[in-house]
Design a protein around this ligand. Structure first.
Ligand code: SF4
Ligand code: SF4
Length: 301
């Protein structure tokens, strides 16, 4: 079995800045139908481990290619790190599973790790909202973390910068996020609703506007934003994207469909020959996305 300090040190080495050891019998159950019971997923479970990995919010670089939010690159790093930590536990003789179906926002609030703000995101003191949280359930015994509410109170109603800055007006003044309008959730879909397609601009994946305007976050320069060429996407050349953002999000058809939207948004008439080829695709989604992009580009000419 592994000690508290050995586990925390391994987690830090992989980029996690905070590790919390929590009781398994106290996991939030507000979405009870979705939550895996710890005993069900791991008989004899003793500890829920929550680990926090921050990432850097970067300004959009204004490119006419596809911009991917820093969130997605960091997500893969956090996921791979969690898999490695789970292996470390198993190799030490414990049983462990990672990525259990736990309502993590609720857990952050419940365990006083952070608070939820008006843009629906959770904030951790000293980190802000730009972080990944990962979980492991194990039968390894750790000394449980003692947490007390420590976040400086802020009245979001006197700020509302995120509500005003949201490009698609997805945040209500009560903090409800409309998933059909939120560009971050829309950008993860294969089919982009027409009502918001132009608002995506050059965003291939993600939108961090509500986080970037929040005074509790630090934003870095645009040189840190990650861009992928639309031409390559339209040609189905994903390169190392599956490794960078994960194979689930980097599926070929999904990327081609979004590249079509972005080609039209960014008036990339140089990509018309490729779009015309794709408009003859046997895939109904690709065919529709390419035809739509051609129509939009022709309207703009
Ligand atoms: S991620 Fe973007 S679109 Fe979604 S709520 Fe925040 S600012 Fe609005
Ligand atoms: S931008 Fe202002 S209103 Fe929005 S979450 Fe941050 S502090 Fe709250």
């Amino acid at each position: 079995m592994i000690s508290d300090s050995e586990f925390v040190s391994a987690a830090e080495h992989l980029g996690f800045v905070k590790t919390y050891f929590l009781p398994v019998d106290d996991i939030p159950t507000n979405y009870s139908k979705l939550v895996s019971s710890p005993e069900e997923v791991l008989p004899g479970a003793k500890t829920l481990i929550l680990m926090i990995m921050p990432y850097e919010l970067a300004e959009n670089n204004g490119s006419r290619e596809g911009v991917i939010s820093t969130y997605y690159r960091a997500s893969q790093k956090a996921y791979k790190g969690t898999k490695e930590l789970t292996s470390i536990l198993i190799n030490s003789g414990a049983h462990a599973i990672y990525n259990a179906n736990i309502p993590l926002k609720s857990a952050i609030v419940k365990y006083n790790i952070g608070i939820q703000r008006l843009n629906s995101l959770t904030y951790i003191d000293g980190i802000g909202s730009a972080f990944h949280i990962q979980n492991i359930i194990t039968d390894n015994e750790f000394e449980l973390s003692i947490l007390s509410a420590g976040f400086s109170p802020v009245d979001c109603s006197k700020c509302e910068r995120c509500v005003k800055a949201c490009p698609s007006k997805a945040i209500s003044d009560t903090g409800y996020i409309d998933p059909d309008r939120c560009l971050r959730s829309v950008s993860e879909q294969k089919e982009i609703p027409k009502e918001v397609e132009s608002l995506l601009g050059n965003r291939l994946l993600g939108c961090d506007v509500c986080q970037m305007v929040c005074p509790h976050n630090k934003v870095y320069g645009s040189e840190r934003s990650f861009t992928y060429p639309l031409k390559k996407l339209l040609m189905g050349e994903l390169g190392d994207l599956p490794d960078i953002i994960g194979p689930n999000l980097a599926r070929n058809t999904r990327m081609i469909c979004k590249a079509c939207v972005l080609a039209a948004n960014n008036e990339r008439t140089d990509l018309l020959p490729l779009l015309e080829e794709l408009a003859g695709s046997k895939d109904e989604f690709v065919l529709a996305a390419a035809s739509r992009a051609i129509d939009r580009l022709e309207e703009k000419q």
